[in-house]
Design a binder for this molecule. Structure first.
Ligand SMILES: NC(=O)c1ccc[n+]([C@@H]2O[C@H](COP(=O)([O-])OP(=O)(O)OC[C@H]3O[C@@H](n4cnc5c(N)ncnc54)[C@H](OP(=O)(O)O)[C@@H]3O)[C@@H](O)[C@H]2O)c1
Length: 294
């Protein structure tokens, strides 16, 4: 029996296939070429042929600003995709883990978001991901949704890589300092998802539903950038001297972002024994690998 990762080439998908596998089952992956989740025929063929014991959906349209201009593509991948996967899973009684985002929230809270807080996205991307959660939950009971935030890893474009590049080229950077969230490594998220997978495929009761998983602690993009530069300077020369804090209003983007999207991760710890890790410690460990991977 096989656990099937959808979106094998993404930041998370690639780690799900690379991390140590303690599930006791083979893990296989498909990319968009083999399975376009927005197309029901494509999903039907892959699920029907492989008949996995668990589907993990790590595929998504993740370009937050791009989604404002390409609403159809965002909704096809992020709302219709999970809906298609969940309805095919239901046919064959296959459970599914689906990945979602802190951007389903509006950011108006001032304390960490709980799984039970109402969603109220402020961007097309957030709206499409909230639509995906709903579509999947309507089609499938044996479903785990894991929301994560401020994601980075060695594979794929992300904030850490952007800061490393800009810090090597420029004397000064201006970074938004009034959006709060929590950086999460793809490695830790993959391990968390694999632990949930292990529980699902090995039988026994599973507390289905929505979970939050992110790094521990909170920061702003500017403070995150400071930490990246400080850490990276131990390994490589960087040109940047100053990182100026700016407001969201001073850095207009096509998509609005929540001002505060820190996730409360107590439920995943309580139900699955999965502990979060302090984001700054994780950054310190990850930076040398990220520099090496460039
Ligand atoms: N990145 C973040 O900061 C962040 C934050 C919170 C939550 N998340 C969520 O975490 C999950 C994993 O994100 P990630 O950063 O690993 O994403 P990623 O690196 O952008 O990877 C997403 C993968 O999905 C594939 N894909 C896109 N549309 C598809 C479709 N219609 N059918 C099949 N595959 C498709 C992409 O393939 P192509 O490259 O060919 O398009 C890509 O390989 C997503 O659910 C995302 O919403 C991400």
């Amino acid at each position: 029996m096989t656990i099937l990762v959808i979106g094998k080439n993404g930041q998370l998908g690639s780690q799900l296939l690379a991390r140590p596998n303690h599930t006791g089952f083979e893990i296989a992956g498909v990319g968009r070429q083999e399975c376009d989740i927005g197309k029901i025929g494509s999903v039907r063929r892959v699920i029907g042929e492989i008949r996995p014991c668990l589907v993990i959906n790590a595929a998504a349209y993740t370009n937050v600003d791009g989604a404002e201009l390409d609403r159809d593509s965002a909704f096809e991948a992020n709302r219709d995709g999970p809906g298609n996967l969940a309805s095919e899973c239901r046919k064959f009684e296959i459970p599914m883990i689906h990945i979602s985002t802190d951007y389903v929230f509006d950011g108006c809270k001032s304390e960490p978001y709980l799984e039970t807080d109402p969603v109220n996205p402020v961007s097309v991307y957030g709206e499409s991901k909230a639509g995906g959660e709903k579509a999947a939950a309507e089609a499938l009971d044996r479903l785990i949704i894991v929301r994560t935030s401020w994601f980075y890893g060695c594979n794929g474009p992300n904030f850490v890589k952007t800061i490393l590049r800009l810090a090597a080229e420029r004397d000064e950077l201006k970074i938004v300092d009034d959006q709060y969230g929590c950086p999460t490594t793809a490695v830790d998220m993959a391990d968390a998802v694999l632990e949930i997978s292990r529980r699902i495929v090995n039988g026994g009761p599973v507390p289905w539903g929505i979970y939050h998983y992110s790094g521990q602690g909170e920061t702003t993009w500017r403070r995150f950038a400071d930490a990246i530069v400080k850490c990276a300077k131990q390994y490589i020369p960087l040109q940047v001297k100053t990182i100026h804090p700016i407001t969201t209003a001073e850095y207009p983007t096509p998509a609005r972002r929540p001002a505060y999207s820190v996730l409360n991760c107590h439920r995943i710890e309580r139900e699955f024994g999965i502990e979060t890790k302090v984001w700054k410690d994780r950054l310190t460990s990850m930076i040398p690998h990220m520099i090496e991977s460039e």
